[in-house]
Design a binder for this molecule. Structure first.
Ligand SMILES: [Zn+2]
Length: 128
């Protein structure tokens, strides 16, 4: 399972699956824009000492709680304070492609989040 599937948004998962056409229509309204530079966020794990350090690469919203990079427990946002300046970046927040978004149909909370301009975490692809 990819890292991005582990982002926790909360809410119930019992809604009917959204149609591909509806997803395409909503996705078409999203704007893909690069983020401002150095949008670093740090998520403190509630279970282990790990800080999951992230950077935004597209404009959009990132969740307040994500899954710890190391243990998968909930980790809370520092609200874009770089609390560990010496640590390398672990994850990046990006806007998924339409294909990736359609695949989120099995995760209605994630899908909602993305179709409202939400970003999804993946392993950091830049220089560390
Ligand atoms: Zn942890």
């Amino acid at each position: 399972m990819s890292k991005q599937d582990r982002v926790e948004i909360g809410g119930n998962n019992r809604r009917p699956m959204e149609s591909q056409r509806s997803i395409q229509r909503k996705y078409a309204k999203l704007k893909l824009e690069p983020a401002e530079p150095n949008q670093i966020n740090c998520y403190a794990c509630t279970s282990c000492p790990e800080i999951t350090k992230t950077i935004d690469i597209h404009k959009g919203t990132s969740p307040f709680v994500t899954s710890c990079f190391v243990c998968g427990a909930p980790a809370r946002s520092s609200f874009y304070n770089d609390t560990v300046p010496d640590q390398a970046i672990d994850m990046e927040w990006h806007m998924p492609t339409l294909n990736e978004t359609v695949k989120l149909r099995k995760h209605p909370d994630m899908l909602d989040h993305v179709l409202r301009g939400g970003l999804v975490a993946r392993l950091y692809s830049g220089n560390k």
